[in-house]
Design a protein around this ligand. Structure first.
Ligand SMILES: Cc1cc2nc3c(=O)[nH]c(=O)nc-3n(C[C@H](O)[C@H](O)[C@H](O)COP(=O)(O)OP(=O)(O)OC[C@H]3O[C@@H](n4cnc5c(N)ncnc54)[C@H](O)[C@@H]3O)c2cc1C
Length: 305
């Protein structure tokens, strides 16, 4: 219930204006957001890189309907790829198709993805297409597979265990050799499309991560959930799957001690590093996952700044 409310607020324009103008809330958000620009986010990630972690840089923004803003986002992604190459940073990028204009049209977002993927190919880098709410799932997969036919392992996708369809999507990804990041799913979904019970989402995640560890193309297991991480580690060990054949992914600022511990244990660990000034929906999704953070935020909003 609380999570659904937070997710609904994430889409609310009035809240976006009110909350983003509150300095204290902004300060709180920046525990989960690495900076307002690329330089800040690289500097905030310095310790992670030094510890041997990899990054995926994510320029925040979604549901862009202005073609110029979407084009500028694609340009910024090309700049990020140039900077990663210049600085030798161990980082890929993550992109949301609605930031590249999926709400304008599929063709528009597809064409901007080509611009970004051409740049990634030049640098031998990799672009992950984030998965958004289930209204976008099939369109995102259609665009992804079309690009995958041309760009192969330069592009990867995300699948969400919360959705009933995902067992089939995992099978298709395995069949086509696509690189998958598996996560639980961060969006409020109707019961007609997604498991309403957390226990069922967790069970699906376990089932799907085992399939991907067995047959997938370098799967990424994206979770902060100790129990699921233990399932993945235990399964890989029992099946003799080498640590180099998959990676764990977690978000910037969340369960940092666990991130360092996994690196110490010899696992590949990638941190999702969001940055930029369009942080409100991302921040609200993180609040919905962790009510303790939410109460702290509300206290800060009602206090005059
Ligand atoms: C690298 C990465 C990429 C992702 N990409 C996508 C994507 O493309 N599309 C998508 O829909 N979702 C994405 N997600 C979000 C994901 O779907 C979940 O919403 C999110 O990871 C929370 O689920 P969980 O697996 O960590 O488990 P949960 O069951 O939510 O949490 C397990 C435990 O993790 C800790 N934890 C979880 N969240 C927080 C938090 N916000 N603050 C503090 N502690 C917390 C708590 O200890 C909690 O008990 C991504 C997640 C990660 C880590």
């Amino acid at each position: 219930m609380l999570r659904k409310t937070m997710l609904a607020l994430a889409d609310n324009e009035f809240m976006t204006r009110t909350v983003t103008s509150n300095r204290l809330t902004r300060d709180l958000a920046f525990r989960f957001v690495a900076g307002e620009n690329l330089d800040e986010s690289l500097s905030a990630s310095h310790n992670l890189l030094n510890a041997g972690m990899m990054l995926t840089l994510d320029l925040l923004g979604e549901k862009i309907t202005d073609p110029d803003v979407a084009r500028r986002s694609a340009d910024e992604y090309c700049t990020i790829l140039d900077r990663i190459a210049e600085t030798g940073t161990n980082s890929t990028i993550s992109v949301k198709l609605t930031m590249l204009g999926l709400d304008i049209s599929d063709e528009f977002a597809h064409d901007l993805m080509i611009r970004v993927l051409d740049k990634a190919s030049v640098h031998g880098n990799f672009v992950r297409i984030d998965m958004e709410g289930s209204d976008y799932t099939q369109r995102t997969l259609d665009i992804f597979y079309d690009l995958h036919n041309t760009y192969g392992d330069t592009v990867g996708i995300v699948l969400q265990s919360a959705l009933y369809r995902t067992d089939r999507d995992v099978d298709e990804a395995i069949e086509r050799g696509a690189k998958v990041r598996l996560c639980k799913g961060a969006y409020a979904e109707p019961e007609t499309r997604a498991y309403p019970r957390k226990a069922d989402v967790d069970a699906a995640f376990r089932r799907q991560l085992e399939r991907l560890l067995d047959h997938g193309n370098y799967p990424a297991i994206a979770t902060q959930d100790d129990a699921i991480i233990d399932v993945a580690k235990g399964y890989a060990m029992r099946m003799g799957i080498d640590k180099s054949r998959f990676e764990f992914q977690m978000m910037f600022g969340i369960r940092e001690e666990l991130q360092y511990e996994l690196v110490r244990q010899g696992y590949n660990m990638r941190v999702y590093v969001p940055y930029g000034d369009m942080w409100y929906p991302y921040f609200m999704r993180r609040m919905g996952e962790r009510p303790a953070n939410l109460f702290f935020a509300i206290r800060n909003i009602v206090k005059p700044s």
